[in-house]
Design a protein around this ligand. Structure first.
Ligand SMILES: *Cc1c(COP(=O)(O)O)cnc(C)c1O
Length: 425
C-alpha cells in the first residue's frame, strides 16, 4: 500500500464527477444507464467492457464504495450488498452446492449462528461448528465436502480474537478459502488478508457507516486464491452455465470472485445495496480511523473501570491485561480491540435486565458500532433463539450484557454505568 489508511479512507474510489465536477461522490439515484449504441450494450452484457447496465448489478455510487472498501482491506475487489447477512450468503454462494458444508466458529454474532445452523439448510448447505482456537478441531472438521472456513476476527459479542494466521495455515493446507467477518475490527484495526484470509465480509451497518443510519454489507476478495487448483469450485473454474459458459477464473483472474458476485450473485439473488445507503456509508468511512481510535480509547478506560467494580464478575475486553486474548491482540489488531465487549454481572439474569433498564445515556438497542453507546442483554434478545449451550459457546450466557462503547466523553459513560449498576443491586 503506497497511500496511508487515513488518505485512502477519504480518497479511494472517489474522483470529481466527470459530468459536473462535483467534489463529493454524487448519489446516482438511477435504475438504468443509456447505452451508446447496440454494440456497446452487447459488450456490456458479454462482460467484454465494464460499465453500467442496471442498478441491481452496478451503480456508480455503490462502485465508489466497493473500490474504497477493497482499498482499505487490501483486496483485489469488493461487492457491496444490502446487509451483512446478505454478504455472508454472497460469500458462500459461488463456493457451495447442495450437500456441501462450511466449517464455522462457535463464537459468532447470534444472527450468524442462526443463519448457518438453520437457514442455509434450505439450500442443501450445512455448517460444522468448531472451537476456532483449536487448530486440530478445525482440521478434523474439514472433509471432502467442505468448501470454506468462516470466523470473525474480533468476535461479537465476546471480543475473542481469532489467530487468523494459524487458521489460514490450516485452510491453505486443505486448499480451502478462509472467510473472515471483519465487522467488529474494521480494516483500521485488522486487515485479515494480510493474515492469510481469502475473503473478508462486513456488516457495514456497524462501524463502517458508524452512526446507526443504514444497513449494508460487503464481500472483499483478496484475489489470491487459486480457484482452479482443484475441482472444488466449478462455478469459478469451469464454464458457468448461469453466464453462458464463462470461465470466471480463466477470464478475470484475480477479479473472478468479484465479477461472479456482480454478474451472477447480485443479478440472480438481488441483494443489492441502494445508492443512498452507499452514500451514507462513504461519508462514515471518511472518519473511520478517527472514530475507531476514540472507540478503542473509551472502551479501554471503561473496561478497566468495570473490571474493578464490585457488581462485576468478568469483563471480556481483549485490551485488558487480564484477557487471555491480550497477547494475540498484539499480533492481530495491535492498534486496539475495538469498542465492543461483554460484562458479566454477579446478580445474573435479573440484575442484567435491571441494569439495562436503568441506563440513561446508553441506548438499549440491537445494534453496535454506533457513535452512541449501546447496550443489550443477548440472552433475552439477540441470542434468545439459541439454546443455553449455544449462548454460552457464543459468550452470551444469561449473566452477560453486551456493551458497544461510543465516542462520547468516557467519564459521562462511566457515571451512567455507575448509577445503573447501583440500581441493579
Ligand atoms: C450485525 C452483524 C452481522 C449482520 O449484519 P447485518 O448488517 O445486520 O445484516 C454479521 N456479523 C457481525 C459480526 C455483526 O455484528
Amino acid at each position: 500500500m503506497t497511500l496511508g489508511f487515513d488518505t485512502l479512507q477519504v480518497h479511494a474510489g472517489a474522483k470529481p464527477d466527470p459530468a459536473t465536477g462535483a467534489r463529493q461522490i454524487p448519489i446516482y439515484q438511477t435504475t438504468a444507464y443509456c447505452f451508446r449504441d447496440a454494440d456497446h450494450a452487447a459488450k456490456l452484457f458479454n462482460l467484454e467492457e465494464v460499465g453500467f447496465i442496471y442498478s441491481r448489478l452496478t451503480n456508480p455510487t455503490v462502485a465508489a464504495l466497493q473500490d474504497r472498501i477493497a482499498a482499505l482491506e487490501g483486496g483485489a475487489g469488493a461487492v457491496c450488498c444490502s446487509t451483512g447477512h446478505a454478504a455472508q450468503i454472497m460469500a458462500l454462494f459461488p463456493l457451495m452446492g447442495p450437500g456441501q458444508n462450511v466449517v464455522v466458529s462457535t463464537r459468532l454474532y447470534g444472527g450468524s449462528i442462526t443463519q448457518f445452523s438453520q437457514t442455509i439448510k434450505r439450500f442443501g448447505w450445512s455448517a460444522k461448528f468448531v472451537d476456532i482456537d483449536d487448530m486440530d478441531a478445525i482440521a478434523n472438521a474439514i472433509d471432502d465436502d467442505t468448501r470454506a472456513v468462516f470466523c470473525e476476527s474480533i468476535a461479537n459479542p465476546g471480543g475473542h480474537i481469532a489467530d487468523l494466521r494459524a487458521i489460514a495455515d490450516v485452510t491453505d493446507k486443505a486448499g480451502l478459502p478462509l472467510i473472515v467477518d471483519n465487522t467488529t475490527a474494521t480494516p483500521y484495526l485488522c486487515r485479515p488478508i494480510e493474515h492469510g484470509a481469502t475473503l473478508v465480509v462486513h456488516s457495514m451497518t456497524k462501524y463502517l457507516t458508524g452512526n446507526g443510519t443504514v444497513m449494508g454489507g460487503a464481500v472483499v476478495d483478496s484475489g489470491k486464491f487459486d480457484w482452479s487448483a482443484s475441482d472444488k469450485f466449478p462455478s469459478l473454474s469451469q464454464p458457468e452455465p448461469a453466464y453462458h459458459g464463462t470461465k470466471f477464473h480463466e477470464t478475470f483472474g484475480p477479479l473472478a470472485f468479484t465479477f461472479h458476485g456482480i454478474a451472477i450473485g447480485l443479478r440472480d439473488l438481488g441483494m443489492t445495496l441502494n445508492p443512498q445507503a452507499a452514500h451514507y456509508t462513504l461519508m462514515g468511512i471518511e472518519t473511520l480511523s478517527l472514530r475507531m481510535e476514540r472507540h478503542c480509547g473509551n472502551a479501554q478506560k471503561i473496561a478497566e473501570w468495570l473490571e474493578r467494580h464490585d457488581a462485576v464478575s468478568a469483563v471480556t475486553y481483549a485490551g485488558l491485561e487480564s484477557s487471555p486474548y491480550n497477547a494475540r491482540m498484539a499480533k492481530v489488531c495491535p492498534k486496539g480491540a475495538s469498542g465492543l465487549f461483554t460484562v458479566s454481572l454477579k446478580g445474573g439474569y435479573d440484575a442484567c435486565v435491571k441494569f439495562v433498564d436503568a441506563l440513561e445515556l446508553f441506548s438499549h438497542v440491537a445494534n453496535l458500532g454506533d457513535t452512541r453507546s449501546l447496550v443489550i442483554h443477548p440472552a433475552s434478545t439477540t441470542h434468545r433463539q439459541l439454546t443455553e449451550e449455544q449462548q454460552k459457546a457464543a459468550g452470551s450466557g444469561p449473566e452477560v450484557v453486551r456493551i458497544s462503547i461510543g465516542i462520547e466523553t468516557a467519564d459521562d459513560l462511566i457515571a451512567d454505568l455507575d448509577q445503573a449498576l447501583k440500581k441493579a443491586g
